[in-house]
Design a protein around this ligand. Structure first.
Ligand code: COI
Length: 361
């Protein structure tokens, strides 16, 4: 059956009790404030598929206690940002990328895909309604969190036949509490985030659940996040969960090749493009801790940074592997700083959007 996912099919119920917006002097942090409206859509396999496209006041969601998501974890999410550009225009960064990635996740988790047109139109319409919530300072943005969960109530183990797709918005600043300063990362050698054939390559909520224990433990020791290694050898580097990673070595820049258990990050993909643009030798290949430690001892491990929607480009100042503390170069001419400037120049409209990454609304 042909379904119409155009904007005219999204109904809007305005919130009559809008919240005060955080002032320009407020440190927004990440995910602490939410806007006045959310988008919701429902899927019912036996009742015509996707329906009920609504923008409505932000409120709690009500679900059957037997809902599949509560018991068997059918949950996927995405993260993207809308920017207030220097001339006041609003630009959303690559919404199609996130729509496609969510649907790759649907495939793996046997969830009903969200039509790309519905995903992109809903993001545009909700951001457009909430445009006054988009903060103005450099480094700030409106974070967009599309989420898909299985809602059908039953207890036999099988995929749900009903889904809720919703989008919420949050004005944000820096992801890490250290602000724009570099972060400290712990290399995790006991627990794993994902294994090949598992869920690591999709944005399943389950990947984040599996990361919480180690990250919370190391937070107490002053680390911002943990770096995950592969499940088999515990030597190959995968990712940081909240970001992909890049290493600047003496003769090349490397990032772990996508291997089936690393999330294919949008900012990772764009970073590779920008590095190529800068004529820098960027290689996607397996990277091991053995190699990094050897390079560090020879003075050939120069810089490390993470990439992600929330994290943007986050320089790593310290990498702790077992009892070795690797202190990494932080200088104003670092590649991380150049990339950060290039990304933000494009996102805030100071530089031409030469790859058509931005959707203006
Ligand atoms: C993002 O960068 O959008 C993420 O999803 C990472 C994290 C905040 C969960």
């Amino acid at each position: 059956m042909h379904q119409d996912f155009s904007l005219k099919n999204i109904s809007i119920e305005k919130n009559n009790h809008p919240l005060p917006k955080p002032g320009a002097d407020v440190n927004l942090g990440f995910g602490k404030y939410f806007t006045d409206h959310i988008f919701t859509a429902h899927f019912k396999r036996n009742q015509g598929g996707w329906q009920n496209f609504q923008i409505k006041p932000y409120s709690h969601l009500s679900m059957d206690p037997a809902a599949c998501v509560y018991h068997y974890g059918q949950a996927l999410f995405e993260g993207l940002k809308a920017f207030r550009q220097h001339d006041g225009k609003v630009a959303i960064f690559r919404p199609e990328f996130n729509a496609n990635r969510m649907n790759q996740g649907c495939d793996r988790l046997d969830m009903s895909p969200v039509p790309k047109e519905l995903f992109v139109n809903a993001v545009k319409e909700l951001v457009s309604l909430e445009r006054d919530w988009i903060p103005t300072g450099m480094g700030t943005a409106l974070y967009i969190r599309p989420t898909l969960v299985g809602t059908e109530g039953f207890l036999g183990v099988r995929p749900s036949d009903e889904y809720l797709f919703f989008i919420l918005l949050s004005p944000v600043g820096s992801y890490y509490t250290s602000g724009s300063k570099s972060v400290r990362i712990w290399v995790e050698t006991e627990e794993i985030r994902a294994a090949k054939g598992g869920l690591g390559a999709i944005k399943a909520a389950a990947n984040y659940a599996s990361s919480l224990h180690a990250a919370a433990k190391q937070k107490k020791n002053g680390f911002d996040q943990v770096l995950w290694l592969d499940a088999m050898t515990k030597d190959q580097i995968e990712e940081v969960g909240t970001m992909n990673v890049f290493f600047v070595l003496k003769n090349e820049i490397v990032t772990p090749a996508l291997n089936g258990s690393i999330l294919p990050g949008g900012i990772r993909e764009c970073t590779i493009k920008l590095l190529k643009d800068m004529n820098l030798p960027i290689n996607e290949r397996p990277v091991t801790m053995t190699e990094l430690v050897a390079a560090y001892k020879k003075g050939e491990f120069l810089e490390m940074f993470g990439t992600g929607t929330a994290a943007v480009i986050s320089p790593v100042g310290e990498l702790q592997y077992k009892d070795l503390t690797m202190k990494l170069n932080e200088n104003p001419d670092s590649i991380a700083n150049k990339l950060y400037k290039e990304f933000t120049d494009i996102q805030y409209g100071y530089k031409e959007d030469r790859y058509q990454w931005l959707t203006h609304i």
